[in-house]
Ligand binder design. Structure first.
Ligand SMILES: Cc1cc2nc3c(=O)[nH]c(=O)nc-3n(C[C@H](O)[C@H](O)[C@H](O)COP(=O)(O)OP(=O)(O)OC[C@H]3O[C@@H](n4cnc5c(N)ncnc54)[C@H](O)[C@@H]3O)c2cc1C
Length: 303
């Protein structure tokens, strides 16, 4: 069994998701990693990678899927991250190869036995697809990253393919914070923060954490769209999830089920997030958060 992984590259660099997807794929067999040439040197250091296939990869899914289809022949599994790119390209590849993809995999139980969440994370199903070749998107946050220190062979391949679509421009969000989907600590805020959402930023800054938000906070314009955590936002699986002024609606909880520990601050002890939290503080956030920030400062804690 050989596995082809589509590396996740942003701005010429591998994202944190790639080493996690490789770790997942390495459970299935030796991994060939398909990557944009600019990130090939970085890609070859990931443990578990047997070969790096490097080329000028098309950035648009309608052109990238045929490239994967051409390479697909020898592979038993083709794997990508369950993010915007993977969700776009793997179904197109599935259509080209006339296969059924298995999406949002969170555990690999065998060569054709995968776990994934269903019903907004309220149940887990075990899936076998009954096919000879398997197309997977995996939730990177569900897997620990593969280590570095490898020196895999790099092979240049021809990946040129025209696209009917064209990228007219792009707007990038600028942040020095860790990437939300793979951060070890996430501090999220709910709608009561209002125009004081900066408190969440401040606390996250001190903890070296990524910032998240509820859909209510995003819809109200208090936090940008890309920070939304939940069923229709990002899925996170940090070691610590801090939820401040968040009720814990099902759709929000669907995004944090992989969190190893949850700490919540809410003035309502009956709020669902308070009920599932490992530790909870019943308090007005506008008093509690500045007090926590001041205490961290006093203790000299800054990551
Ligand atoms: C199809 C669909 C998809 C959705 N997808 C998502 C999703 O991906 N992510 C998501 O988050 N939501 C999602 N939602 C919305 C979700 O149902 C909730 O409406 C939303 O999560 C609520 O956000 P909130 O916790 O900020 O607000 P609220 O539910 O209003 O909760 C605010 C909480 O703050 C507490 N509070 C108020 N003032 C203070 C204070 N001063 N100090 C401390 N605590 C205070 C309150 O007690 C309350 O518990 C979706 C909904 C639908 C229908």
């Amino acid at each position: 069994m050989a596995v082809l992984v589509l590396a996740d590259v942003d701005n010429g660099k591998l994202t944190a998701a790639t080493a996690r997807v490789v770790a997942a794929a390495a459970e299935l067999g030796p991994v060939d990693l398909l990557v944009a040439s600019a990130a090939a040197e970085e890609a070859r250091t990931i443990a578990g990678v047997h070969r790096v296939l490097a080329g000028e990869l098309p950035r648009i899914a309608d052109a990238l899927a045929p490239v994967l289809a051409k390479l697909a022949g020898p592979y038993s599994h083709i794997v990508a991250a369950a993010n915007a790119t993977g969700r776009d390209v793997i179904p197109r590849l599935a259509a080209l190869l006339d296969l059924m993809p298995v999406t949002d995999v969170t555990a690999i139980l065998g060569p054709n036995k995968f776990e994934r969440p269903i019903y907004a994370g309220n149940a887990t199903e075990t899936v076998s697809d009954g096919q000879g070749k398997h197309l997977l998107t995996v939730r990177a946050s569900a897997f620990a990253p593969a280590r570095s220190g490898n020196a895999a062979i790099v092979e240049a391949i021809d990946t040129s393919n025209p696209s009917v679509a064209e990228i007219m421009g792009e707007q990038r969000s600028q942040s020095t914070r860790p990437e939300l989907s793979t951060a070890q600590i996430v501090v999220s805020g709910g709608i009561p923060l209002g125009d004081k959402f900066g408190l969440i930023e401040q606390l996250a800054g001190q903890l070296g954490a990524a910032v998240g938000a509820t859909r209510a906070a995003v819809d109200a314009g208090f936090a940008p769209n890309e920070l939304q955590v939940g069923q229709t936002g990002k899925i996170v699986a940090p070691d610590l999830y801090v939820g401040i002024g968040i009720s814990g609606a099902l759709q929000h909880l669907a995004g944090i089920q992989g969190a190893k520990a949850v700490f919540a601050i809410n003035k309502d002890p009956a709020a669902p997030l308070m009920q599932i939290a490992d530790a909870a503080l019943v308090a007005d956030l506008f008093e509690a958060v500045p007090a926590v920030i001041a205490e961290l400062e006093k203790l000299g804690i800054k990551r």
